[in-house]
Design a protein. Structure first.
Length: 89
């Protein structure tokens, strides 16, 4: 049966989707595992190896950045020293 009215129209049905089982902590952990290259199919030793490799790569990258920063600082100090020597002559 059709409801027909000249003055009043029916409102559209609202769509309300609420996920039942969502754990934001679990989602964050899964994203970190994917970023490190871990999966559920890997054995414990493979997961351990992947985590160690990830940490070693992070440590190497941090050391490389520190070395680059030290070199930049030394170059800056040398340029300032040369500039001061040139001004004071």
């Amino acid at each position: 049966m059709l409801k027909f009215s000249l003055l009043k129209t029916e409102k559209p049905k609202q769509f309300e989707y609420k996920p039942r089982y969502y754990d934001p902590e679990k989602d964050a952990i899964e994203q970190k595992r994917k970023a490190m290259g871990l999966s559920d199919e890997q054995t414990h030793s493979e997961q351990l190896r992947a985590r160690m490799q990830h940490e070693w790569n992070r440590r190497k990258e941090r050391q490389r950045r520190q070395r680059n920063n030290t070199i930049k600082l030394l170059v800056f100090v040398a340029l300032v020293a040369l500039l001061l020597m040139w001004i004071l002559k």
